[in-house]
Design a protein around this ligand. Structure first.
Ligand SMILES: Cc1ncc(COP(=O)(O)O)c(C=O)c1O
Length: 467
């Protein structure tokens, strides 16, 4: 069935003026129609999925259009602006670098790149010794796959250790390798000729409980691992596996894996010479209440993929890892045209300093309880909320048809639309299309977070009425 979309059909709004929000037009704004039409004409349909808020400028946790409206942003522009939109330090760093006169330098050495990789490596666990900069999250996961497989092939007799194991429903990006590693069969159907040495196995939480059920099955970590291992054994022997790459928390419903399971996975990797790479593109840079979300598991990583919040702004991603893994390729064999763009590096360095000096990691951990309490309270009130889950400042509400486990995309769509009409911005529902994510900048004021959650409550109530 065709999903509801965000159409250019203005709806009447109640005018709103608070400290944090302002809505003074119908939404979408009738005058914005030419902009939307131009985009629809010149861009592929795939670009038309978001609510029709025409971003003009954004500051900290607010997004503004040029028609006088102002939203509290619960999207962080898809979990990018951890240090806030246009963070003044990040903005200044970009402007300084541009006016200094360096906007590109390929892989030639630059001081700013040296300063950023040093700062990142020195402020992350000591076994992450080197950092390779790229542009998008998908490039970082592709690169991690390459590094793990190269390592496996070169560390096995007969080059037989080549399997890459990822997890059902994980997301790693939309380029070919990243999508092949991804855990949604629909997303990778187009690839047709799948790499026979890339496999997805169930996400372990599946063995702990059926997410729409109230009652968790009574599974110990060992039992969970043993059940999961049956699926792994069906596709790979330990000495064929080069590496595992889980999404540290599964973004589609913000689920961390059970800590005990990950510890057993780490031990399995250590016992069998397998690498473990965490995809932290979404979960990292403080979002979960730890700098890297895998630190919730108390294990070491061999490789870590970062993106999004690592700069809070311009496109930058990276792979971090042990030197012996990162150094497998010779000079000019693992590079990219935009590796460590100087303006992006300047932004990322300012962003990192800001996150650390303002302790945004602790702030995400502190604000977690506000989200947890309020969202679980809403779940009790609305039978349409089938599931609530989250950590730090990443929360997911999965909407279902009351009394069933069937996800309700239309309802989720309406909740987002109703919120946007009230000055609260979400990106379009994700996962199966029924998950609304609460992911504000980590810099959000407490009262703005609470106001946003109040608005979400109103938006759900309105959707229940069928509006
Ligand atoms: C966990 C994860 N990995 C990789 C990616 C891909 O990042 P990008 O869209 O920058 O390629 C994303 C993007 O949402 C992500 O959430």
């Amino acid at each position: 069935m065709e999903k509801k979309s965000y159409d250019m059909i203005p709806r009447k709004t109640q005018r709103i003026e608070t400290k944090h929000r302002r809505i003074v037009t119908d939404i979408p704004v009738p005058e914005s129609a030419p902009i939307v039409e131009r985009l629809r004409k010149y861009e592929p349909r795939s670009m038309s999925g978001q609510p029709l808020v025409i971003w003009d400028r954004a500051e900290n946790y607010n997004v503004y259009d040029k028609f006088g409206n102002k939203w509290i942003d619960f999207s962080s522009g898809v979990l990018v602006t951890n240090a806030g939109h246009c963070n003044p330090d990040v903005q200044k760093a970009a402007l300084d670098m541009i006016s200094h006169g360096l906007m590109h330098n390929y892989c030639f050495p630059s001081e700013i790149r040296s300063l950023f990789v040093e700062a990142l490596v020195e402020n992350t666990p000591d076994y992450l010794e080197k950092c390779f900069l790229l542009t998008t999250g998908g490039e970082s996961t592709e690169c991690a796959i390459k590094l793990m497989r190269t390592w496996g092939v070169n560390h096995s007799e007969g080059k037989t250790r080549r399997k890459i194991i990822t997890f059902e429903n994980d997301f790693h990006g939309r380029t070919m390798g990243a999508q092949m590693a991804g855990g949604s069969p629909g997303g990778k159907a187009w690839i047709v000729n799948h790499d026979p040495d890339m496999h997805t196995v169930p996400f372990p939480n599946r063995f702990l409980y059926d997410w729409a059920d109230e009652n968790r099955a009574d599974y110990s970590d060992e039992k969970c691992f043993a059940e999961w291992k049956k699926y792994l054994d069906a596709v790979a022997k330990p000495d064929q596996i080069a590496g595992f790459m889980p999404e540290t928390f599964q973004g589609g419903w913000v689920q961390l894996m059970p800590k005990g399971f990950v510890k057993l996975l780490r031990k399995f990797c250590d016992d069998n010479g397998i690498l473990l790479c965490f995809d932290e593109v979404q979960a990292g840079a403080g979002r979960s209440g730890k700098f890297f979300a895998y630190q919730h598991y108390d294990v070491k990583a061999d490789l870590v993929c970062c993106g999004k919040g690592i700069s809070s702004s311009l496109p930058l991603s990276c792979v971090l890892g042990r030197a012996e893994i990162m150094d497998q390729y010779g000079p000019n064999e693992m590079t990219s045209t935009h590796t460590g763009n100087p303006v992006s590096c300047a932004c990322a360095l300012a962003n990192l300093k800001y996150i650390l000096s303002h302790d945004l990691v602790a702030r995400a951990a502190k604000l977690e309880s506000i989200c947890r309490d309020r969202l679980t309270e809403m779940q009790k009130k609305y039978p349409q909320i089938g599931f609530v889950s989250g950590v730090g400042l990443a929360w997911a509400l999965v909407f279902t048809k009351p009394g069933t486990k069937e996800t309700d995309n239309d309802f989720a769509h309406d909740v987002v639309r109703n919120s946007v009409e009230r000055g609260l911005l979400f990106f379009a529902p994700v996962g199966s299309g029924a998950t609304v994510k609460v992911t504000p900048p980590l810099t959000i004021d407490e009262d703005a977070l609470i106001e946003g959650l109040d608005v979400l409550d109103e938006a759900i109530a309105e959707a229940v009425k069928g509006n």
